[in-house]
Design a protein around this ligand. Structure first.
Ligand SMILES: O=C(O)CCC(=O)C(=O)O
Length: 294
């Protein structure tokens, strides 16, 4: 059974979005809901083996959101430079229970500016908070990590529990949360930030299927810095007794890009960011999530 998104007419919805985003839009009142409204999401099509230069672009959603700002425009501080979201089209990637959207939402210059701020403003955890338990043994993770979120939220994985720092302790993270919320139309209460110093840092194959995560809110993955390859592998293709030969999906995650992993992707597909010998630059990735408060 395939869960290919069906093509739908979108002109009314795109006109509505275009009108909405043409106005000067203050992120503090984010209210748009382009993704949640699946019915109206536009010309979805099946795209495989994504490549940045592929001509197989989806015209699913294209709107002018140039005037999104996160700070007072009149401020002359570098930190208060506008975070501009550019015109973009979602690329839709589907497969067996796989549902992804990918778009480069920030310009190259905004992405560089954001990366500089992330490097300056984000303080990563150290010590035991950077360890995971695998088969009873503790290992340091091959990257740096920190989390931000609503009061009291923490992220439990591989034997560890990562507490979240309050949003207000890191302005760039909070500004990016507002940007992402305005683009996807969902609100997030937690973000995991991963910093890869170069291609030797990586993340192993896993699913984000913890019970604390609201499965119906997409995970929104925002990337800055070096381009890295991200790989999806269907659960039935793993191990010696694989039941299926469904092809892997590989996506190059570019700076300023947003990847949405929508339900039920995380139930069925593992994802990883493998190490790469030919990558020398730093990369920072933010995965915005909705945790269920207990
Ligand atoms: O850095 C990345 O793109 C991977 C992030 C990821 O897989 C996660 O946070 O679960």
């Amino acid at each position: 059974m395939s869960s290919v998104l069906k093509p739908e007419t979108s002109s009314d919805f795109n006109t509505h979005l275009a009108k909405k985003f043409k106005k000067n839009y203050d992120l503090s009142c984010s209210e748009t809901n382009p993704i949640k409204n699946e019915k109206n999401c536009g010309n979805s099509e099946k795209l495989e083996n994504l490549n940045r230069n592929s001509s197989n672009y989806s015209n699913a959603l294209s709107f002018d959101s140039k005037n999104i700002t996160t700070k007072d425009e009149n401020s002359d501080s570098c930190e208060n430079q506008r975070l501009e979201i550019i015109n973009f089209n979602w690329r839709i990637i589907t497969g067996e229970n796989l549902k992804l959207r990918y778009a480069e939402i920030f310009s190259r210059s905004s992405s560089k500016h954001i990366m500089t701020r992330l490097e300056k403003e984000v303080e990563y955890y150290s010590g035991d908070l950077l360890k995971v338990r695998v088969y009873g043994k503790w290992h340091e993770i091959p990257r740096k990590q920190v989390a931000f979120g609503d009061d009291g939220l923490s992220y439990k994985f591989s034997g560890n529990c990562l507490p979240s720092k309050p949003w207000e302790t890191c302005p760039i993270i909070f500004e990016l949360k507002k940007c992402v919320e305005s683009v996807v139309g969902y609100s997030f209460n937690f973000v995991l930030v991963n910093r890869y110093k170069d291609g030797s840092d990586h993340m192993g194959e896993h699913r984000d299927d913890e019970k604390e995560l609201d499965p119906h809110t997409p995970i929104a993955s925002l990337s800055f810095g070096a381009v890295r390859e991200f790989i999806f592998r269907h659960m039935d293709t793993r191990g010696k007794n694989a039941k299926s030969n469904i092809q892997k999906k590989k996506i190059d995650l570019h700076p300023g890009s947003l990847l949405l992993m929508e339900f039920p992707t995380n139930r069925f597909w593992y994802h990883s960011l493998p190490s790469r010998k030919n990558v020398f630059g730093v990369r920072v990735n933010l995965t915005f999530r909705k945790m269920i408060k207990s």
